[in-house]
Each structure stands twice: as structure tokens, then as C-alpha cells.
Design a protein around this ligand. Structure first.
Ligand SMILES: Nc1ncnc2c1ncn2[C@@H]1O[C@H](COP(=O)(O)OP(=O)(O)OP(=O)(O)O)[C@@H](O)[C@H]1O
Length: 238
């Protein structure tokens, strides 16, 4: 039997001609209009552009939160949108971490329990989940806050817990949508320093959506978007 085999030499993440069309009744809106680029393993890449240009849509399609209308995304050799929903969920749980603007912590769980959830989702046993969560919180300077609820933490502390939750299972890639958007500039800079430090220590790839030049300045490359397209990719020094 003849088999069609697709052999592709891949970058760590490769986006191929992504199009995303949102439909509201009769009205169609093209939020991504043919986006192709690659992400290198271990880099910090920022996606920068004005409000409504498609940054979050792109991040959601790259990370498998949402499906593109057409086009392909390869992550670590896997054709993401060819996976079934269950396979995609499993792949994301194992390989990816997520950081959001408003932290998305579960309010009734402590910092430790919030971080443990990531480990439990990949099938870790209770004891090892707890140990890993403790270590992750220690690493980001939250050792003395492990039993606090999110409501008892400052914004910066909540984002630290969210970062521990995103990184505890040592994912290869972390997607961050406006990670400092809800923080003052000093706390935002501390969070970016922490991300930079974790990136350098563990060679994890970070893809950060932002409209803040200061946040983008922590990255090796900046992808500039406008109206659903990439308008340039800026390579930065050092
Ligand atoms: N579910 C949806 N249905 C219809 N249109 C949508 C939907 N989600 C996003 N859009 C539209 O797609 C465009 C891109 O949205 P997106 O959230 O990706 O932009 P963004 O660059 O991340 O913006 P911001 O910086 O303000 O968060 C916007 O015009 C938005 O209104």
C-alpha cells in the first residue's frame, strides 16, 4: 500500500501560512492573513503590535488553544492541528506552559495547590507533584507564600505563582499573553527579569505577546504585526 509521507526539516516551531477568519453571522473578519515564520529553540521572541492586530489570535493558534482556519503549525516536529483534541490536550500539557495577563489562578486553591495542578494534569503522583511545586515556588522566591490564597497575594506575587505553574513540569515552550499587562512598571520589570533568568538557566523558549516596548526589549527577536500580518522581524543585539 502506498503511503504518503511528509518529511519536513523543521525549526522548533514553524507557522505556515496561518489564516484565521472569525465569523459573526454574515460578517467575516480576517484576524490572521497569511502568517509564516519560525521560532528557535531557547529564544525569547516577542510579538508586538497595536491593539486588534491579531497578536493573541496568533498566540492561540500557535499554542493550540484555537484552530486556524487554514495553515499549519509544527511544534517540536509535531503537526499540532492534525492531532485529535485529546492528543492536543495531552501534547500541550506535556510540552507547553501558559502565562496570562490576569494570572488565571484558581481562587479557592493555595499557591502550592495551583502549581501542583500542572503536575497532576500530566499524571504525576500527589507526592511528586507537591515536591515539584514546592521547588518551583522556591525557585521564584515564593517559598514563604506557598499556603496563601491568590486573594492574599499582590499582583506581582500572583504572576510569580502563575509562572511557577507554567514552568513546574519543565515545558519546552512557554506562551505568555501580556504577562506584565496588569502590573506596575517596576513589578513588570521584575517579572521580565525572572523570565529572562529562567530562559537562560533552562533554555526554555518563551513567546511573549505584548504592546509594550520595554517588555519586548528582553527578547532576542521581535515580530512586528499589523492588520493580521507580520510586517517585520527585528533581531536584537545580545
Ligand atoms: N472570537 C472572536 N470573534 C470575532 N472577532 C474576534 C474574535 N476574537 C478576536 N476577534 C477580532 O480579531 C482581531 C484580532 O484580535 P486579537 O485579540 O488577536 O488582537 P490583539 O492584537 O491581541 O489585540 P489586543 O492587544 O487589544 O489584545 C480583533 O479585531 C478582534 O476584534
Amino acid at each position: 500500500m502506498e503511503q504518503e509521507i511528509e518529511v519536513i526539516f523543521l525549526a522548533f516551531v514553524k507557522a505556515q501560512d496561518l489564516v484565521k477568519i472569525y465569523k459573526n453571522g454574515e460578517i467575516e473578519y480576517r484576524a490572521l492573513n497569511g502568517v509564516s515564520f519560525e521560532i528557535n529553540e531557547g529564544e525569547i521572541l516577542s510579538i508586538l503590535g497595536p491593539s486588534g492586530c491579531g497578536k493573541s489570535t496568533l498566540l492561540n493558534c500557535l499554542s493550540g488553544i484555537d484552530d486556524p482556519t487554514s495553515g499549519k503549525v509544527f511544534v517540536d516536529g509535531v503537526n499540532l492541528h492534525a492531532l485529535s483534541d485529546n492528543e492536543k490536550t495531552r501534547f500541550r500539557a506535556l510540552k507547553m506552559g501558559f502565562i496570562f495577563q490576569f494570572y488565571n489562578l484558581i481562587p479557592v486553591l493555595t499557591a502550592l495547590e495551583n502549581v501542583e495542578l500542572t503536575m497532576l494534569a500530566i499524571g504525576a503522583e500527589n507526592k511528586s507533584a507537591r515536591r515539584a511545586a514546592m521547588e518551583a515556588l522556591e525557585q521564584i522566591g515564593m517559598k514563604d507564600r506557598v499556603d496563601y490564597l491568590p486573594s492574599q497575594l499582590s499582583g506581582g506575587e500572583r504572576q510569580r505563582v502563575a509562572i511557577a505553574r507554567a514552568l513546574v513540569h519543565k515545558p519546552k515552550i512557554v506562551w505568555a499573553d501580556e504577562p506584565t499587562g496588569a502590573l506596575d512598571s517596576k513589578t513588570g520589570a521584575e517579572i521580565m527579569e525572572l523570565i529572562k533568568h529562567l530562559n537562560e538557566e533552562f533554555n526554555q523558549t518563551f513567546v511573549i505577546v505584548t504592546h509594550d516596548d520595554r517588555v519586548a526589549s528582553y527578547s532576542e527577536r521581535i515580530l512586528h504585526m499589523d492588520s493580521g500580518k507580520i510586517i517585520s522581524i527585528e533581531k536584537r543585539q545580545g
